[in-house]
Design a protein around this ligand. Structure first.
Ligand code: GP9
Ligand code: MN
Length: 632
């Protein structure tokens, strides 16, 4: 190698070859969705960044032969990792995750089909290895000086700069990429397959070690707490009201309660849901809170199905998708129910595919079940109206009774909407987010109305109960100024902001005739026991932290995941205790004289909230459901 190429260190050539190959696989073999130029760019650079970091380690070997050996083996191992993911992807349209790989059933499934998943042309994915192998063998015999200090410094500095640059762009493209960790596809497309695998290994080692140290005796403490604080021995009036009926739930993306029965520019924002608040077959809960954290929609699903709290950091769907649970789908299965989720997004988002399996869902109608094209999509994807229209044919084929969750998408930040779908004009304030939110909420409201009509036409309506719930807030505190304008308030205080965490909950029972507006405080943690009791299913042995909403005998507070809470009398947020109905602070920062009063008012509830959140966390971290036999 006396040519010009000979002067370029082999690790750099290896980086280019291996990086290019990896890029081709990312770009053309995986169906990674790319929405903008920045995403294209990040996808282009990250294979080269990862390759450089791996191969640059070779400069530390003194002996030429060792260097070459390292490059050869790394090229092979790296290529094998890419190839293994490719084969896995052909079967699962997903990337390998450590626990999934070692989970018995998956491995067995894959084992038998692996041969059929490998194509003869796959040999091309090893061409770079062959070239690197060849060049390395040649260089091994020619005496080349070991790397000088400057060469080593270059390799290390460059590795760090590239990695930092990649992570910086990734964070720019997807804020909180690592803490929220929502999707394997996002991770791979932003930081590359190798960094993703490292992330995955660290995450799961942490989860596994916490699980190992779990203490089975904690179960008794949890059960005692539930007996004492939560469970009621009386049956609610609505126990069994929906026995044997289908349960259709609509998880309405980012719909908050402030839009209900509110007007903008003299027009109703949500005429259909407004009409439900007065409907005789519908219960509307006007003081119902979301309790989600970083896991957003997935946290609300977790709350709804398990009546456990999501985690304070990260998405429990992602971090503990392999745990054992005793969720709603599993419990109703014993009563003959078939459970499905309908959501037109890729199945690995929020790790739903794995988590739904752990929760015992029978089927997930993900994006592949829908016809999605330019015309029928906007923002995050398929428009809600088309989503419901396309879903109904699947719903009709389900064996009854069934439980289905429909997760809408159009009313998602940044609230894009086509002109033809806009029935009300955007609001006029300094926040485009809030301005655009109102027409998209209206669109979602219309899509739900249309869905009700379709259910009626398809004859499913009479045999079903329909639940509509907002999954979490869509308007953050960044838009408080605009929000105060809309709500005609001087400012949004912390108390107001906490009250804005209310999302609508409707429980619609066709033919019931006794619906009303319910004002008691309620939250997503209450969904599971409420629905189970409506279906006439006992919960005596179950573990849950919510109450039946048709019961008066309740624990008396709703805990938000950050430790704030609401009780019938008080609202506690930012370490200040307020009267719930007036919004008056019982003690303010400037007025410590009545600190004691505050303590008397909020302190006892605060202690319960902390206790309850930590018991729920322990259940999840310790994967404690694996020790409990619910059939006893
Ligand atoms: C993604 C959809 C929206 O599939 O559920 O997620 P979010 O950002 O609201 O959690
Ligand atoms: Mn959401």
């Amino acid at each position: 190698m006396n040519t010009k190429w000979g002067r370029i260190p082999l690790y750099v050539i290896a980086t280019l070859l291996f990086g290019l190959k990896t890029y081709i696989v990312y770009r053309f073999m995986f169906s990674i969705e790319l929405d903008n130029v920045l995403q294209e760019f990040i996808l282009l650079i990250n294979p080269f960044v990862s390759a450089f970091i791996i191969f640059a380690i070779s400069v530390w070997f003194k002996k030429q032969s060792r260097q070459m050996k390292f490059l050869r083996y790394m090229a092979f191992i790296g290529s094998f990792v890419v190839f293994a993911n490719l084969v896995f992807y052909r079967s699962y349209t997903d990337f390998i995750t450590l626990p999934q790989l070692f989970q018995g059933s998956n491995a067995a499934d894959l084992g038998t089909s692996v041969i059929s998943l490998i194509k003869p042309y796959d040999i091309v994915w090893f061409f770079d290895v062959i070239i690197i192998w060849y060049l390395a063998s040649k260089q091994q015999t020619t005496a080349i000086e070991p790397f000088k200090r400057s060469g080593k410094v270059f390799a290390v500095t460059m590795s760090m700069v590239l990695l930092a640059g990649n992570f910086f762009l990734a964070e720019l493209e997807r804020p909180q990429l690592f803490t929220r960790a929502f999707d394997r596809e996002y991770l791979v497309k932003n930081i590359g397959l190798f960094n993703y695998h490292i992330y995955d290994v660290i995450l799961h080692s942490k989860v596994k070690s916490q699980r190992v140290f779990a203490d089975e005796n904690e179960i008794k403490e949890i059960k005692d707490y539930i007996e004492k604080e939560i469970r009621s021995n009386e049956k609610s009036d609505l126990f069994g009201v929906a026995e044997g009926k289908n349960v259709i739930t609509i998880w309405a993306e980012s719909v908050q309660s402030f839009v209900i029965n509110n007007k903008v520019n003299g027009q109703e924002i949500t005429p259909f849901m407004n009409s439900l608040t007065e409907d005789e077959d519908t219960y509307y809960f006007e003081n119902f809170y979301h309790q989600t954290e970083q896991g957003k929609t997935s946290d609300s699903e977790f709350l709804g199905d398990n009546s456990l709290y999501p985690l304070s950091r990260g998405a429990v769907f992602f971090t503990h998708g392999q745990n054992e649970y005793h969720g709603f789908p599993e419990m109703i299965k014993e009563h003959g129910y078939y459970s499905t989720v309908f959501h037109a997004n890729n199945k690995s988002f929020w790790n739903r595919d794995q988590m739904y399996e752990s929760l015992n869902y029978d089927h997930f109608y993900d994006i592949d079940s829908y016809e999605v094209n330019e015309e029928n999509s906007v923002g995050w994807g398929l428009k809600d109206k088309s989503f419901f229209e396309q879903s109904i044919k699947y719903l009709q084929t389900l064996e009854e009774p069934f439980y289905s969750r429909f997760i809408t998408l159009t009313n998602h930040f940044p609230f894009d909407l086509d002109d033809e779908d806009r029935s009300i004009e955007p609001y006029d304030s300094n926040s485009n987010t809030l301005n655009n939110y109102l027409p998209t909420v209206r669109y979602t409201d219309e899509s739900i109305e249309a869905f009700f009509d379709q259910l009626k036409v398809s004859d499913l309506y009479e045999d079903s109960i329909i639940i509509i719930m907002g999954d979490h807030n869509g308007i953050s505190a960044n838009h408080n100024k605009a929000m105060s304008q809309l709500l005609e308030k001087e400012e949004i205080t912390p108390y107001d902001y906490l009250q804005l965490q209310r999302v609508p909950l409707f429980i619609h029972i066709p033919g019931h005739g006794e619906g009303e507006v319910k004002s008691e405080i309620a939250g997503q943690i209450d969904i599971k026991p409420t629905l189970l009791h409506m279906l006439g299913i006992e919960t005596d042995n179950d573990i849950y932290f919510g109450n039946d909403l048709f019961h008066d005998d309740r624990k008396g507070f709703i805990a938000l995941r950050n430790g704030d809470f609401v009780s019938e009398d008080y609202v506690y947020t930012g370490e200040v205790c307020y009267e719930r109905l007036t919004g008056e602070a019982i003690a303010t920062e400037n007025n410590h004289s009545n600190k004691e009063q505050q303590n008397n008012a909020c302190q006892p509830i605060k202690e319960k909230v902390e206790k309850e959140l930590s018991l729920s966390d322990n259940l999840i971290y310790g994967d404690l459901f694996r020790f409990i036999d619910f059939d006893e």
